[in-house]
Ligand binder design. Structure first.
Ligand code: TA6
Length: 296
């Protein structure tokens, strides 16, 4: 259902038959809530999030397009998360999500303004769907619609903020032994040590050529988030920790203890599309009891 939220921005509520739900703001095409079938919130949304354009909403799943980070000429993380998307009432067939009954299709095209800072025309169709087991699936289809024959390249991330009970009790499996660029050390390249990641200070790493599946284990909740991705070879892991948290007006001082960003991304090798070509980037999130998960 489409409704007006308390802060005046339109949002879509998705409800799956067994009780799981999600909320998506047309502003930013931004998922701000994903709840399990017993109503537990699985994404982090800052209590100080600002729902006022052009500020991006702090938390949920910001869409970083056409640029991840500050790696180019646009504002940090591009402009898709700062624009009003439209409901797409004429979507192309999305064979991958045929199972879902609860979904919404959104579309973003560049404004005149956008074309000044990023002189390319594109159609970005985003489907947000809840699967039968309460999984959250995001499918992005980005097509180059340039009429001047020009290709374009972009970097991308689903900047997902997971809700965790206590960051010092969280482990991430699937990124050990991989190379990463450390944003805290001039993006220098390092190799990760050999066992699951744990967290005791600020982290901001871009892991390269990562597996299609990453597990985020919340010890206290006995819950594991499973991130499955397709078309997204990299993964960013970010927690601002205390100092950076205090420096962000839209982030509570202690909130870093209850969140971890693990972001399915395409950063190291920008994606290049010729006119008419389309790129697809899929993200599938599930939350499972931890006892089933380690080593799966
Ligand atoms: O994804 C990690 C990161 O690039 C960090 O460097 C930090 O800047 C974070 O994104 C949040 O960026 P934002 O523009 O949303 O404040």
């Amino acid at each position: 259902d489409l409704c007006k939220s308390i802060n005046g921005l339109d949002k879509v509520l998705l409800r799956e038959s067994r009780g799981s739900s999600a909320e998506v703001y047309l502003y930013g095409g931004h998922v701000t809530s994903w709840k399990s079938d017993h109503g537990e919130e699985l994404l982090f949304l800052s209590s100080k999030a600002i729902f006022k354009p052009p500020k991006a909403i702090r938390g949920g799943i910001p869409i970083c397009f056409p640029q991840f980070g500050g790696l180019g000429t646009l504002d940090q993380h591009g402009f898709a998360r700062n624009r009003f998307w439209n409901i797409d009432d004429d979507p192309p067939p999305f064979p991958t999500n045929t199972l879902s009954k609860a979904f919404v299709d959104l579309i973003l095209k560049p404004s005149e303004e956008d074309m000044k800072s990023w002189p390319h025309s594109f159609e970005y169709r985003l489907r947000i769907a809840l699967g039968p087991g309460g999984d959250l699936m995001l499918t992005s289809r980005i097509r180059n619609t340039n009429s001047d024959g020009k290709p374009f390249s972009f970097t991308f991330a689903y900047h997902t903020y997971f809700s965790v009970s206590d960051i010092s009790e969280v482990r991430v499996e699937g990124l050990e032994t991989l190379d990463y660029l450390d944003n805290l050390q001039n993006k220098e390249r390092f190799t990760e040590q050999g066992d699951a990641l744990t967290f005791e200070s600020e982290v901001d790493k871009i892991y390269l050529s990562t597996p299609t599946k990453i597990a985020i284990i919340d010890h206290e909740k006995k819950r594991t988030f499973v991130v499955r991705k397709d078309g997204l070879p990299d993964a960013v892991v970010w927690n601002p920790w205390d100092k950076k948290a205090k420096a962000m007006a839209d982030f509570g001082d202690d909130e870093y203890k209850h969140m971890l960003c693990v972001e399915a991304a395409a950063i190291e090798k920008p994606i290049t599309l010729k006119p008419g070509e389309e790129w697809k980037g899929r993200l599938e999130l599930s939350a499972v009891p931890s006892s089933y998960c380690s080593g799966q």
